[in-house]
Write a protein that binds this ligand. Structure first.
Ligand SMILES: C[S@@+](CC[C@H](N)C(=O)[O-])C[C@H]1O[C@@H](n2cnc3c(N)ncnc32)[C@H](O)[C@@H]1O
Length: 417
């Protein structure tokens, strides 16, 4: 091809690439359409391409070159895949906002890519062949209008926008199309925020409440300390910066999925580790009743206060404050029969997996492991498998449409059950 550089590849070079499979992080794996002259380094590079789709032929500009791989943005589509659509947001293209990865793919294709990537990670990391379907959630508008929590970055001139991909440069935007309408109505990008570093907006679609948290500058502060979220048929207090599922349909769907996975019965003893504001502890407490117990663990002090508040009607549910591995190391699995684990992206510490497995078949009969990171989930499922657990069921939810993120649920049971 005339536009393949013949020397070592450099940032800014434009290459013609044939695009292969989707890879984790919103990339596709690209291969040079024609090898450069012998001795040219570009031909040896794996190129991770954004804004492209599997099967496409594209012209792409290199945005990073390392000794092992390069990154590129597809800037011209020479042969489009049938799944290609026009990105609804004008900021979603090359050089634009880094928030969305797949706006140029149909929603069905986005879910297909996420399913393939999860399956690939489970095969590579856990040695498991997993049929994966990514289920849509209720509550978004064709993949838009769902994001109930948005962090706007503020530039030196006081304008609020969103970060460029892999950069701290602020892209000035008018509206973020994946933001929930209640976020957009706050009009953050239409105001000036001199001296501020960021403006966070969190909303509760069920009650219409909104909190705005400003970091830095004369407007620093929070206009509302907590929100009332609705899910699983009731209300939950969540402090303005605390964790709550970002997609309006996710808390309901995950609460249902966890109940369906664990099938709690009256009298069961349940663990909810990394409990946040107590969503799973609350639905489990209602199911196990006063003859049972729920032991919840959470590290963040404000979340612990919310969880205790949210669980005040079910005194058989108790919240411990601390690191989940340390608390369980100290109190043991406490005779629990079922457990839900919902850690941050880093996943579980090996000591916690050991502690949860210590009682063997006499202990937990089922674990529901909720995760937004398929790679650490696969690693931890493999660690559980080495201790006698089998993956009984796997589900995935499109809780972050247009982005590469996905929410997973792995259900583990002792191998002999
Ligand atoms: C993904 S959120 C899950 C919250 C809750 N299950 C929900 O669905 O709303 C993870 C939670 O783990 C808490 N956390 C992070 N590290 C922790 C640790 N080492 N031990 C206990 N909790 C931790 C965070 O504060 C956060 O509330």
């Amino acid at each position: 091809m005339s536009d393949q550089p013949s020397g070592p590849a450099q940032t800014g070079d434009v290459l013609e690439l044939s695009v292969g499979e989707a890879a984790s992080g919103g990339w596709c794996v690209g291969h040079l359409a024609a090898q450069p002259e012998p001795g040219g380094d570009a031909g040896r590079l794996v190129v991770f391409v954004r804004h492209a789709l599997p099967g496409e032929q594209v012209r792409a500009v290199l945005t990073q070159v390392t000794s092992r791989f390069a990154r590129a943005d597809a800037v011209e589509i020479l042969r489009a895949a049938p799944e290609r659509v026009s990105p609804p947001c004008p900021h979603a293209g090359p050089g634009g906002c880094g928030g969305c990865d797949w706006q140029h793919a149909s929603l069905a294709a986005q879910r297909e890519f996420k399913a393939l990537i999860i399956a690939q990670q489970f095969r590579r990391i856990a040695g498991l062949d997993l049929p994966v379907t990514v289920e849509p959630l209720a509550g978004d508008a064709g993949g838009l209008g769902w994001r109930t929590r948005v962090r706007f970055a503020v530039d030196r001139a006081g304008a609020a926008g969103l970060y460029r991909h892999r950069s701290h440069e602020v892209v000035r935007i008018v509206d973020c199309l994946i933001a929930h309408p209640l976020v957009t109505e706050a009009g953050i990008t239409r105001q000036r925020w001199p001296g501020a570093r960021s403006v966070d907006v969190a909303v509760a679609p069920g009650t219409g409440e909104r909190a705005v948290v400003v970091q830095g500058g004369p407007r620093q502060g929070t206009d509302q300390s907590s929100l009332t979220q609705r899910a699983a048929g009731r209300e939950w207090r969540v402090h303005a910066r605390g964790f709550w599922q970002v997609h309006p349909g996710a808390a309901d769907a995950l609460a249902d999925a966890v109940l369906d996975a664990l099938r709690p019965e009256p009298g069961d003893r349940a663990l909810d580790l990394y409990c946040g504001a107590g969503l799973f502890a609350g639905v489990l407490a209602a199911a196990v009743g006063p003859a049972g117990a729920v032991i919840a663990v959470e590290q963040d002090a404000a979340a612990v206060r919310d969880a205790r508040h949210n669980l005040r009607g079910t005194p058989w549910a108790r919240v411990h404050r601390g690191d989940a591995a340390e608390v369980i190391g100290r109190i043991g699995p406490s005779g629990a029969t079922i457990a839900v684990l919902d850690p941050p992206r880093a996943g579980l510490r090996p000591a916690l997996i050991d502690a949860l497995s210590a009682a063997g078949p006499a202990g937990l009969r089922r674990i529901a492991y909720v995760s937004c990171d398929p790679a650490t989930l696969a690693r931890d499922v493999a660690a559980f498998a080495r201790l006698g657990w089998r993956l009984e069921r796997f589900r995935a939810f499109d809780a972050f449409p247009m982005t590469h993120h996905v929410e997973c649920l792995a259900v583990l049971a002792p191998a002999e059950h």
